[in-house]
Design a protein around this ligand. Structure first.
Ligand code: C5P
Length: 284
């Protein structure tokens, strides 16, 4: 179903975890992380049309789940309940970011709904409160609300800006769904990486992802795609996978590598962003 002509389009960019170390575990079982998040220009589009009757209607939830379970629907409901706004909204999602691939698509859609609806409904919920609403939806949502590349600690909610040099990436999606809870619960997962004492883009090198070894051991199709990318550089996994990426200095290098990948492997050439596209749109 295509969006209503009066609906407004808002971008929701994907992310890559350029580095992801697991430094411990909280008493509630959640893992403590240190991660360098980078926004990329692979974007979903979220279409929003406010309604005066208070109804929230999501036309096309991702992955065939009931609309009420979709993070973008739940983001709208959370803002409505917190702000007490009498308004509702119709939502259409144009998904380009693969779901469940470690690129944060669902979390980014939810953050875009919070930011854009706060603007359209004129609810003026302050950023700290949007952060709290976002964290209740998922550990990656606060990063997308933050608006720029960041070094994250805690379970992803403690954020500080960290500049990432302009780079291109070849991103590959092995057609596999990795179960995030399964990987976090795995006995072989590294959980004791030392925290970086003085984090900066340079100090965090060499980048690594502590979830990668377990995912490669458990999912042969991810391991096969990883070996393929090793012919072209030093691949890494984003989040809990299954997406893998190679960093490239230039667009032509990224496009050259992508042109040599088999056609049956979903892949993208993407550019790193320094800011969230909504930060310019909503805060000119
Ligand atoms: O935040 P998200 O819903 O993606 O987390 C899915 C599951 O992954 C959680 O229920 C938890 O078991 C695990 N997890 C974790 N530590 C984190 C994030 C997620 O153990 N920092």
């Amino acid at each position: 179903m295509s969006p209503h002509p009066a609906a407004r389009a808002f971008p929701a960019p994907a992310k890559l975890n350029l580095s992801l170390r697991i430094t411990g575990r909280r008493p509630d079982g959640y893992h403590l992380l240190e991660s360098l998040f980078c926004l990329i220009d692979l974007c979903d589009t979220v279409w929003l049309l406010p309604r005066s009757d208070g109804q929230i209607i999501l036309h096309n939830p991702a992955g065939g789940i009931p609309p009420e379970q979709d993070l973008s629907y739940r983001a709208a409901r959370a803002l409505q309940q917190f702000s007490g706004s009498p308004q509702g909204v119709e939502i259409w999602l144009n998904k380009r970011i693969p779901s469940g691939g470690g690129l944060g698509g669902g979390s980014s859609d939810a953050a875009t709904v919070l930011l854009a609806l706060n603007h359209l409904w004129r609810t003026a919920v302050p950023p700290e409160q949007l952060h709290t609403l976002g964290l209740a939806l998922g550990a990656d949502v606060p990063f997308f609300l933050f608006g720029q590349n960041a070094f994250a600690q805690g379970i992803g909610e403690i954020l500080r800006p960290m500049a990432v040099p302009e780079q291109w990436y070849v991103v590959v999606h092995p057609h596999t769904h990795v179960s995030t809870p399964k990987i976090f619960a795995h006995p072989d997962l590294t959980r004791n990486s030392p925290p970086c004492p003085n984090p900066s883009f340079e100090q965090l090198q060499p980048f690594r992802n502590d979830m990668q070894a377990v995912v490669l051991a458990e999912y042969p199709s991810v391991a096969a795609a990883f070996r393929l990318l090793q012919n072209h550089g030093r691949p890494q996994m984003s989040g809990s996978g299954a997406c893998l990426f190679l960093a490239c200095a230039t667009q032509s290098e990224a496009e050259h590598i992508r042109s040599r990948l088999p056609e049956n492997l979903a892949s993208w050439c993407v550019r790193g962003l320094s800011r969230h596209p909504l930060s310019a749109m909503l805060c000119p």
